[in-house]
Design a protein around this ligand. Structure first.
Ligand code: DC
Length: 243
């Protein structure tokens, strides 16, 4: 065997690049906490791949709705999660994680209202989580990565080299999500956005399997009152101190 770069070594070997930067970075947080935006920017800055794991849960949810399954039907959803072929194209250039199901790209459907309404319900099922978590771990073994989600630091990559947990008040998160909808030209009221985030927080943090919570060794950043650039600066500081 010839020489291997750090990117080709398996994560289990814990070999770091020459400057000793953290190779696997978990960015967790609640809905609209900024984890996907920060995770993507961090990955771009480091030249790492980025995986937004939320899109994988959204893809299973989309597939369930397409097949007219009830999101509450645990047996049917479990069977679906075990049989679907999910191809993940990692974000390596800031263009976003792309997902194909059984060969067809479903990325543009993953932010639809029916998916928004059902995804937290589908994500509660252990069979769904088992199927997706094992894919996420395989992906993390293949290259340096920033992975964003709810359970990356606690379950998917408990040995991640750096764990960040982004927090913000529900009012601040609703304001950000509402601004995103407005920028996209979507008609929705602020009250509905707030209610939806409240509902998702409740389901995500009260579920039995892998509930949303910071890992014991995560660095929690309260982003209330901080701009994206300020949050980025703090996260970059953490990368530096984890080296
Ligand atoms: O981050 P997001 O809004 O795209 O996530 C959508 C849903 O997916 C979220 O409500 C719960 C679920 N999810 C999860 O359970 N675990 C993850 N690692 C990522 C997302």
């Amino acid at each position: 065997m010839g020489e291997r770069t750090a990117a080709q070594t398996t994560a289990d070997e814990h070999i770091r690049p020459p400057d000793n930067r953290p190779l696997r970075i978990a960015v967790d947080g609640s809905a609209a906490s900024g984890k996907s935006t920060i995770g993507r920017r961090l990955a771009e800055r480091l030249g790492y791949a980025f995986l937004d794991t939320g899109v994988m849960y959204r893809a299973v949810t989309h597939a369930a709705l397409e097949r007219e399954l009830s999101p509450e039907d645990s047996a049917a959803i479990a069977e679906l999660a075990q049989t679907l072929t999910i191809d993940v194209s990692l974000d390596c250039d800031g263009s976003g994680t792309r997902i194909a199901i059984d060969g067809s790209d479903v990325t543009s459907h993953l932010r639809s209202q029916p998916v928004e309404d059902a995804v937290s319900i589908v994500s509660r099922f252990v069979a769904v989580r088992d199927a997706l978590v094992s894919r996420q771990r395989e992906i993390a073994e293949q290259q340096p990565i920033v992975m964003a989600g709810r359970d990356i630091g606690t379950v998917v990559l408990p040995d991640a080299d750096l764990k960040v947990y982004l927090d913000a008040s529900i009012e601040e998160r609703a304001r950000r999500r509402y601004a995103d909808f407005q920028a996209a030209g979507d008609e929705v009221s602020q009250e509905i956005v707030l209610e939806d985030i409240r509902r998702r927080d409740r389901i995500d943090s009260e579920r039995e399997v892998s509930p949303l919570r910071p890992a014991d060794d995560a660095v929690i950043i309260d982003t209330d009152g901080l701009s994206l650039d300020e949050v980025m600066a703090r996260v970059i500081g953490l990368v530096g101190s984890a080296e």
